[in-house]
Ligand binder design. Structure first.
Ligand code: SF4
Length: 85
């Protein structure tokens, strides 16, 4: 098991979402971790504060009026994933 900020990782290379972006890696790529999309991720109550900070940061970014529609949609999708995790 690998301890993470947003989730712990029970790394299985066969299903690792992060490895789909970097096939030569042999271990978990925490910088590319997608805990809401990966079956190896285990989100526990102790990860809640980090998720709350992430949601707050996204809400703050959404206040920017110069965002393109694409940027705004990506942030809204990320916010939804953050709020339902
Ligand atoms: S995406 Fe995250 S949880 Fe999934 S295998 Fe990679 S590091 Fe682990």
């Amino acid at each position: 098991m690998h301890v993470g900020v947003l989730a712990d990782c029970f790394f299985d290379p066969g299903t690792a979402a992060c490895l789909k972006q970097a096939t030569e890696a042999k271990g978990p790529l925490t910088a590319l971790c997608q805990p809401t999309l990966c079956p190896n991720a285990c989100i526990k109550p102790r990860h809640r504060p980090a998720w709350a900070r992430s949601a707050q940061e996204i809400k703050s970014l959404l206040k920017e009026k110069r965002l393109s529609e694409l940027q705004r949609n990506i942030l809204l999708e990320e916010l939804e994933r953050t709020m339902t995790s």
